[in-house]
Design a binder for this molecule. Sequence first.
Ligand code: CO
Length: 134
Amino acid sequence: MIGRLNHVAIAVPDLEAAAAQYRDTLGATVRPPQDEPDHGVTVVFIELPNTKIELLTPLGDASPIAGFLAKNPAGGIHHICYEVEDILAARDRLQASGARVLGSGEPKIGAHGKPVLFLHPKDFNGTLIELEQI
Ligand code: CO
């Protein structure tokens, strides 16, 4: 059911410093920051030949990653995103198997303009999983 790895998301306390490190030290292609108010984050995408890295920092007071950064002040891997062809079919199959979908269970539009869902990390080896319909 899952396809390619779409991105790995890393929460960072200083987005500008992290983006500069990927650009200047690691020599990667770094896109400009995008505010995602619906998700409470500002993101910078790093484009690699085979996948993307998504640097995340909190946007607004109720950011869902504020707690993560409080526990991990230096930053850390926040989630991984797998591609699916049909997000509603994927959700129904996961829920039928007992996996928990976060939020209302209805897909939201993610940072790439495509529908996304998140799965409870306790159901997947301590890893927050994002599914994105491609
Ligand atoms: Co993501």
